[in-house]
Design a protein around this ligand. Structure first.
Ligand code: NAG
Ligand code: ZN
Length: 917
């Protein structure tokens, strides 16, 4: 190599490939930023075209090099001791040496000061001491966005131009050489021959592997106790939290840096201070530099984890192989010490219960099992051929915490038990005669199969694991096809098969004598992980971006929901319905009178008087002309409506699609009955079946919670209407409503009381104290026979819900509008919400158009009515009438009428009622 002989005399070859790569990768952005800032200066002065040229070349080249490294990490792809690796090390040693020489000595004061300001401290005895010092002071993530002050300081200590004019262009030549080499090395990369649409070289977590290795090394090096009486200390056992702080996305998401820059781990260590084995939770971060108070270097990990006070989770940082103890705050919310008996292994969950053909895992939901499979696969991707999986993957070294408050185990939070003792370093046997070349992948396949079946796969030591597992798989697939579950999701089948079946390896490079780790991991990524991602989405509509939320959430054991609907064909019901509708005209007269008065005030004030209502349902699709009208009039807020149901492949989604019709009917009732209400559509399920599907329950809860959050905090709605319910309270939704109650303007909740099927207990959330539950009556005010059993739950109101007229499209013409009559508490609920919206809107308009004195006197009404107790008082005392069957229902004909506008009588009445409460 020519260049080496000329410039490379001081280049050290002592560093390994990984070191060279990570150093270059870390410091290149600083040089790009420097060169770029020089360009900016020179462009202004316009007198030195040659230098400008030099710096713009330098900017491009360093950037290209960085980008290439970002996508192409050589450390796993270059075979150790190969000629290619050697070339790489030589070439990049030259690059690093050239960059290292560009630093100025702290001889003059300006440089010295900048050294100090930057905390720039080269260390003796290191290779490339200045570059390493630079790496330590650069921000950990998003390397190419350095702030201006940092760049200015760096300009003081680094002079990119060589003083000797003859050597000025050397740096460009060296970079060229490096780029050329990288290009040629990249060509060796076998093109992907799989159909996977994801690209492993863009996988954001692909470098987590390096961090996991460093974590292991540091634990091993710094755990040097002699607790002879404690077997778990002798064997250096540790439990790694496999979900904490992991990024699960398989493709880069906008705005996030491609590679992860630092890592945070949760590791549980055994303590030896009691007779029962206990585990101490700790947090360990890996970073380039350490900062923060109360930290000290520690050599003995054992000391950190012993006798920790309850509620304290020790924090540590690993900085360049050393362990630092950081200040730990008390975390009173989640426990940080666990008895050994609080853990249960996957193996245990897979054992058949005596005398039954079911295991504890059989009753765990499919979606949770698939999530676990996905997490374990990501773990293999990070750990394969690394120290954490020294003992191989098995159902024995995966465990879960059992929570006292929950009857079933949450399997979406797995822990991996490993021994951090010195490694035995068994090289993987690459016996090409073995049916299966990758025992770790085979082990994963067996676990995935076990999780899917719910039962352990029995393999005796002398058996060929691969053959037995394949036989089990065949049988299981067959049985699944015939039972009611509708077969195995194709992604899951593909994934397990890619693990177990040696034939899959034959058509890839993995079937060769020696394979670099990169290829193995790429195989896992493309053929096992991606199909599982696909299965999560296809079978359970779980997106990776929400996986963390999913894992974090408390999962209900049942939690399916329902809504009611009935077509009303009895003509006498329709007749009284029309009568009710006739009365509504009185309310509308009031509304129009208010609107007319409001013409006087500003457009903004008119807009502010309108009532915003969020409908959480199946979407909104009205007859085309009707929908167009409403959208034009902005009665439907097209900018602040959203679908929370993810897009299944091939299906058209969006809140404008309603495959059920329920959401459209509910929405149309409000649009028609409450001229002052504007709608925000939140589509949270596609059909009634979604809501009743136990496999989607957690998903649905999650979406409802999200929609409540969005409607409250972003759309800032006045009311949220939920015409569905669950058998029991759902913690997730409960939390979301509690959260909403704390908002600046908390919404009023309306919900339908009936769970599908008459004479059942009242559904939740309708029966919740913070929700206005609505049961149904016919047009006369007579309670409907289909209302739920409970009568005395508060607050529950009755509203017109039998034979409610709605406008829908005819089945074969989306433009033609017909009126349909429908029944159910689902339809009584929007009727009640519409009446409340009319009240709220009218009052706002009346106040806005009142005399200044009246505005002062009645201003409080606005806020009071927005509160649950205020609204309840008016609904109760002003808007109800009694039917002769005893039912008091919302029939506000004597209250919401135009006559009450005289002298602001309506405001007076409301104020009086609110006072009495
Ligand atoms: C492990 O990580 C999950 C996900 O972040 C977290 O919910 C759980 O509390 C962690 N477990 C422990 C014992 O820290
Ligand atoms: Zn010890």
């Amino acid at each position: 190599m020519k260049l080496l002989s000329i410039f490379g005399f001081r280049a050290t070859l002592a560093c390994d490939t990984e070191d060279i790569y990570s150093l270059a990768f870390a410091v290149l952005p600083a040089f790009t930023a420097l060169a770029d800032s020089m360009c900016a200066v020179l462009e202004v002065s316009k007198c030195d075209a040659k230098r400008l040229d030099f710096y713009s070349c330098l900017t491009t080249k360093t950037l290209t090099l960085f980008d290439t490294f970002d996508k192409w990490d050589p450390t796993e792809r270059l075979k150790e001791f190969s000629a290619e690796e050697n070339d790489f090390r030589k070439t990049f040693s030259v690059v690093l040496s050239e960059l290292e020489f560009r630093f100025l000595n702290p001889g003059d004061d300006g440089v010295k000061l900048a050294y100090r300001r930057l905390d720039f401290k080269p260390r003796e005895g290191e290779t490339y001491p200045r570059l390493r010092a630079l790496k330590r002071i650069l921000p950990e993530t998003g390397g190419n966005r350095l702030n201006k002050r940092l760049v200015d300081d760096l300009r003081t200590i680094i002079r990119v131009e060589n003083k000797a004019t003859s050597k000025q262009l050397d740096i460009l030549e060296i970079l060229d050489e490096a780029l050329k080499l990288l290009n040629s090395l990249q060509q060796m990369d076998a093109e992907s021959d799989s159909t996977c649409p994801r690209n492993f070289s863009n996988y954001p977590s692909r470098n987590l592997r390096t961090f996991t290795k460093k974590l292991f090394d540091a634990i091993q090096r710094n755990w040097c106790c002699h607790c002879a009486g404690c077997p778990s200390h002798v064997s250096r056992k540790a439990r790694l939290n496999l979900t904490h702080h992991r990024q699960f996305e398989t493709a880069p998401t906008n705005g996030k840096p491609n590679l992860i820059g630092s890592a945070l781990f949760r590791v549980l260590f055994p303590t030896n201070n009691s007779r029962d084995l206990e585990w101490q939770d700790t947090e360990i971060s890996l970073k380039n530099q350490h900062h923060g108070k109360a930290e000290r270097r520690e050599h003995n990990l054992c000391g950190i984890i012993q006798g920790v006070k309850s509620g304290i989770r020790p924090r540590m940082a690993i900085v360049e192989q050393n362990l630092w103890q950081l200040h730990a705050d008390a975390d009173l919310l989640s426990p940080s010490q666990f008895r050994d008996s609080e853990f249960v292994s996957l193996k245990h969950l897979l054992q058949l219960r005596p005398g039954s053909n079911e295991s504890p895992l059989t009753s765990v939901r499919q979606e949770d099992r698939l999530v676990l499979s996905f997490i374990l696969t990501t773990s293999l991707l990070h750990f394969i051929r690394g120290p954490w999986l020294e003992a191989g993957f098995s159902s024995e070294n995966i465990c879960f915490l059992v929570s006292h408050s929950q009857p079933s185990v949450d399997i979406t939070k797995p822990y991996l038990t490993a021994s951090c003792a010195a490694l035995r370093r068994v090289e993987p046997s690459q016996d090409l005669n073995m049916p299966h070349l990758y025992p770790d992948i085979l082990s994963l396949g067996i676990i995935l199969l076990e999780i899917a079946r719910g039962v352990i796969v029995d393999i005796v030591e002398s058996d060929d694991r691969c053959c037995i597992a394949l036989k089990y798989m065949e049988k299981w697939t067959k049985i699944c096809e015939t039972d009611r579950s509708g077969g195995v999701p194709s992604g899951l089948h593909q994934a397990i098969s890619a693990c177990l079946d040696p034939n899959h390896f034959r058509d890839t490079v993995l079937d060769q004598e020696s394979v670099v780790d990169y290829e193995v991991r790429k195989y896992i990524f493309e053929r096992i992980l991606y199909p599982l991602e696909d299965a999560l989405l296809e079978a359970h509509q779980i997106q990776l971006s929400t996986l963390h939320d999913y894992i974090g959430w408390v999962k209900e054991t049942s939690g399916v929901g329902s809504f009611d609907h009935q077509d009303e064909i009895q003509s006498e019901k329709q007749l009284v319905a029309n009568e009710w509708y006739g009365y509504l005209e009185g309310v509308h007269n009031l509304v129009f009178e208010c609107k007319e008065r409001c013409e006087r005030v500003s457009k903004e004030a008119q807009k502010a008087a309108r009532v915003k209502v969020a409908i959480l349902d199946t979407g909104l699709k009205l007859p085309v002309p009707l929908q167009a009208n409403y959208e034009d009039e902005e009665r439907i807020n097209v900018h602040q409506s959203e679908t929370f149901a993810p897009q299944a492949k091939g299906a058209i989604h969006g809140w404008r699609v309603d495959d059920d019709g329920h959401g459209s009917r509910v929405s149309q009732i409000i649009l028609e009955f409450a001229p002052l209400a504007d709608l925000h559509i939140a589509k949270i399920f596609t059909t009634k079946d979604d809501l009743a599907n136990p496999n989607m329950a957690t998903q649905i809860h999650m979406r409802v919670a999200k929609a409540i959050n969005r409607a409250t905090n972003e759309w800032k709605v006045d009311m949220i209407v939920m015409c569905f319910g669950f058998d029991s309270p759902i913690r997730l939704i409960r939390d979301a409503m509690d959260e909403a109650a704390k908002a600046k303007k908390p919404p009023l909740f309306f919900a339908a009381t009936r769970n599908d099927g008459a004479h059942k207990p009242m559904a939740w959330p309708a029966r919740d104290r913070s929700v206005i539950g609505i049961s149904a009556t016919d047009g006369d005010g007579k309670a409907s026979s289909f209302n739920p059993l409970d009568k005395d739950i508060d607050p529950v109101f009755y509203a017109f819900g039998e034979g409610v007229p709605v406008k829908v499209a005819t089945p074969n013409d989306p433009d033609a509008i017909i009126t349909e009559y429908v029944s159910g508490t689902s339809y009584a609920t929007p009727v009640a919400a519409a009446l409340a919206a009319n009240l709220l809107g009218c009052v706002r308009m009346v106040v806005a158009t009142s005399s200044p004195e009246d505005q002062v006197i009645y201003n409080h009404i606005l806020a009071d009515l927005q509160r649950l107790d205020g609204m309840l008082a008016i609904l109760k005392h002003r808007m109800r009438m009694k039917h002769n069957d005893g039912t008091e229902s919302l029939l506000p004909w004597n209250f919401l009428k135009v006559e009450l506008l005289n002298d602001n009588k309506i405001l007076e009445d409301i104020a009086e009622t609110l006072k009495k409460g």
